[in-house]
Design a protein around this ligand. Structure first.
Ligand SMILES: [Zn+2]
Length: 355
């Protein structure tokens, strides 16, 4: 709640220029192990936008935990205009069980805005709405693909809102996927409150993916710069990158059950009718082709070579102008890889020096 320039989260007030970590008490486990949700607040001396960054709404989606950790280490945060509210683990229960859901099998991201007296998931959603969403002016929610599925780093947002579109463009992920809000999602509830929210989807559940993490950290800094919260410089290459916008997407499903050989990877373009994978079986020599219905870019795929008929295998994004998109994505990846090499050299040198 913000009154008279006061920022109060879960009863703790944060004054201009202060940095605080608030441990919000959550319902205990049934053996009475205490649970809490950590909320980091960095408030600049000068007033400005309040950016809420949430991760691990789905308990097994880990890239966001590392993105938030690296973000909080950035030295420019000492001089920001406005406030950063960062939550590395929202679904603390799912995180503990390494599971997407809560113990009652509810999906937290279908329980928003939640209620004070509802199910555990509903109570958690209610808390996030009241303490994070209400206190923020802008939001970024960090996700990954589900179990055994990888996503090309992408922003999902309803870019019909000019404010959302500007944030999405500034983030500069490889692509933007236009998508309407889903019922019960944090994005829908935030949007109903008039708060622009970007969903960043990158990598796979229960895994750290370095590229997804680096793109995520940089994307958030880019958004903060776009909002006027910082003047922290990033490389000129980012500023040039204009993420292509996909206006629709579709899933390619397994035409039959079987064991799959994948022929197309993330970020690659596909033509209409192209073979993306082949399904075989241990009994006969039959081979069933998995075929793209429309041209596009592979933005999500199954990593498991086993599929039942109907399983979602590839997520394809469709673009009006597909021509340059594959090259753009490749170039962007390359620029991050070069930086990563540089970064690992710095780390190993530091380690050698005991730093
Ligand atoms: Zn998710």
């Amino acid at each position: 709640m913000r009154e008279n320039n006061q920022l109060v989260i879960n009863g703790t007030s944060i004054a201009p220029g202060e940095t605080k970590t608030i441990l919000v008490g959550m319902p205990k486990m049934y053996d009475w192990t205490p649970m809490h949700m950590p909320i980091h607040v960095v408030r600049g001396k000068e007033d400005g936008p309040i950016l809420g960054v949430t991760a691990t709404v789905h308990g097994d989606e880990l890239n966001g935990v590392e993105i938030v950790r690296r973000l909080l280490k950035k030295t420019f945060l000492k001089k920001i205009k406005g406030t950063l509210i960062a939550v590395p683990i929202v679904n603390v229960y799912g995180f503990l069980y390494q599971d997407r859901y809560l113990m009652d099998r509810r999906d937290l991201n279908r329980c928003f805005p939640g209620s004070e007296k509802g199910s555990l998931a509903s109570r958690l959603a209610y808390l996030v709405m009241n303490e994070i969403v209400e206190n923020s002016t802008h939001l970024i929610d960090l996700h990954t693909g589900s179990l055994h599925r990888s996503n090309l780093p992408q922003i999902r947002a309803n870019i019909e809102s000019p404010e959302v579109k500007e944030m999405a463009t500034n983030f500069a992920a490889p692509i933007i996927l236009q998508s309407k809000e889903r019922d019960g999602s944090m994005r829908q509830s935030a949007s109903e409150k008039g708060k622009p929210l970007l969903l960043y989807e990158a990598g796979e559940a229960l895994r750290f993916d370095e590229m997804s993490i680096r793109m995520g950290v940089k994307g958030i800094v880019n958004v903060m710069r776009g909002l006027g919260m910082t003047t922290a410089a990033t490389s000129s290459k980012d500023e040039q990158y204009q993420p292509p916008i996909a206006h629709s997407s579709y899933w390619v499903r397994a035409p039959s059950s079987g064991i799959m050989r994948i022929h197309r990877s993330l970020g690659k373009s596909v033509k209409k009718g192209q073979v993306l994978a082949v399904l075989t079986n241990p009994i006969s020599r039959q081979e069933d082709k998995v075929i793209a219905k429309e041209a596009g870019i592979v933005i999500g795929k199954s990593n498991l070579p086993l599929a039942h008929e109907g399983a979602a295998l590839f997520h394809i994004a469709c673009f009006d102008e597909l021509k340059e998109v594959e090259t753009d994505i490749k170039d962007l990846h390359y620029s991050f890889e070069v930086e990563e090499e540089h970064f690992s050299k710095i780390i190993s040198n530091d380690e050698l020096l005991g730093g």
